[in-house]
Ligand binder design. Structure first.
Ligand code: NAD
Length: 309
């Protein structure tokens, strides 16, 4: 049997560049094409790995007509991945994340792609989910970003039901690891803490620091994505991808200090409006579908982020 001919949208981004490197080394994958408009991703990471990059947007039907034919599998990660950006420009987020997903799925259907995996987000659960959040719980996204991710996952599942296209929609929780950007105001908490620690600045904790996140190392997410591609795994509901453990920001700061062998200094700032207080994935379905998934202990995972920075 020949291997997957894989298209990775958003393959120049944080998660995508890790996936592309792992896919190129995987015997089950024959070739990797990346579609990315480089709006937040970087071509440098890909050139090193030897992937073929097509620079363009998932919202451009002509570009999709060039990159989709001949692909057997698609991992769709391209998105405006920022809640803040979505609050500033909801329509743009809708266009890239919701319409972009639908355009891509339609191209996949036309050209006989056999399997599509896409990244949704824990943001679909909103502010006060039952904890741990289960895939069949009520969803109530707060932001246009959360709504666009709900559209992403539901378009995948509807294409499965209506057209028999095998799809897998993954609700990613807080992904962290090497290569995650810290150079913007709304950087995720792990890269922001790492950057501050390495610069000798205090770590900025918004609010009391007792808010919790479900942190999942990027290598675990990559293994889920690749294993899904290998097995052409589809599922009728979205699937949470988290670590299944709640980590408070205060605990995170302590663990980071231990990983770095350094003292950490905290600076408390007012709580941010729109921030979710608690986030935690129920990972029963994930473990059932991916029984051999590795676990990365937090301190070990934080060391990989520190080594890279
Ligand atoms: P990222 O911003 O590093 O990656 C997104 C990539 O998509 C970038 O390379 C960007 O240039 C590209 N892109 C943006 N708009 C595009 C367009 N119109 N056409 C083609 N490419 C485009 O973010 P990431 O953290 O790697 O996130 C990847 C996916 O996972 C996103 O869909 C995001 O919503 C989802 N996700 C991430 C997390 C997390 O914690 N990092 C959590 C939940 C969901």
């Amino acid at each position: 049997a020949t291997g997957a001919r894989l298209l990775v949208t958003g393959g120049a981004g944080f998660i995508g560049s890790h996936l592309v490197r792992a896919a190129l080394a995987d015997p089950a994958v024959e070739e990797v094409v990346v579609l990315d408009d480089l709006s937040t991703g970087s071509a440098a990471a890909l050139a090193e790995a030897g992937a073929h990059l097509v620079e363009g947007s998932v919202t451009d039907a002509d570009v999709l007509e060039r990159v989709v034919p001949g692909r057997t599998s698609v991992v769709h990660l391209a998105a405006l991945a920022s809640v803040a950006a979505s609050l500033q420009d909801p329509l743009r987020t809708h266009e890239v994340n919701s319409t972009g997903t639908l355009l891509l799925l339609e191209a996949c259907r036309r050209h006989g792609v056999r399997h599509v995996v896409a990244a949704s987000s824990s943001a679909v659960y909103g502010d006060e989910p039952r904890l741990p959040a289960r895939e069949d719980d009520v969803v109530a996204p707060l932001s246009p970003y959360g709504v666009s991710k709900l559209a992403t996952e539901q378009h995948l599942l509807a294409h499965q039901r209506s057209f028999g296209l095998p799809t897998l929609a993954l609700r990613l929780f807080n992904v962290y690891g090497p290569g995650q950007g810290a150079d913007h105001a709304y950087a995720a908490v792990v890269p922001a803490f790492v950057a501050a620690l390495l610069d000798g600045r205090p770590l900025r904790v918004d609010g009391d620091g007792r808010q919790t996140r479900d942190l999942v190392h990027v290598s675990v997410v990559v293994e889920v994505l690749l294993d899904a591609v290998r097995r052409r795994l589809s599922h009728p509901t979205p699937v949470n991808v988290g670590g299944g453990e709640a980590t408070s920001l205060l605990d995170l700061a302590t663990a980071l200090g231990r990983a770095a062998g350094a003292d950490v200094e905290l600076r408390h700032a007012p709580a941010r409006t729109g921030d979710v207080r608690h986030s935690l994935a129920d990972v029963e379905l994930l473990r059932r579908l991916f029984p051999d998934l590795p676990r990365v202990p937090l301190e070990e995972g934080l060391r990989t982020a520190l080594d890279w920075a």
